[in-house]
Design a protein around this ligand. Structure first.
Ligand SMILES: [Zn+2]
Ligand SMILES: [Zn+2]
Ligand SMILES: [Zn+2]
Length: 65
């Protein structure tokens, strides 16, 4: 298996938003901003972020408890 050219600054730091440790294949999920734009609380947060706002209408970030 060849190593990818993805830069590894730190290894498996817990995510800022959800607190989970993630591997390279989940990198985008935890770092790519999602421009959902409908809720000011969660706009531009990565997909793993759970919006705790009760009235959040965002399909991506809405908290699924
Ligand atoms: Zn995350
Ligand atoms: Zn959102
Ligand atoms: Zn929201």
């Amino acid at each position: 298996m060849t190593r990818s050219s993805v830069p590894q600054h730190q290894e498996h730091l817990p995510c800022l938003y959800c607190g989970e440790r993630y591997g390279p294949d989940e990198f985008a999920l935890h770092t790519d901003p999602v421009h959902c734009g409908r809720c000011i609380t969660c706009v531009d947060k990565p997909a793993c972020f759970s919006c705790r706002l009760m009235y959040c209408v965002c399909d991506v970030h809405r908290y699924r408890g």
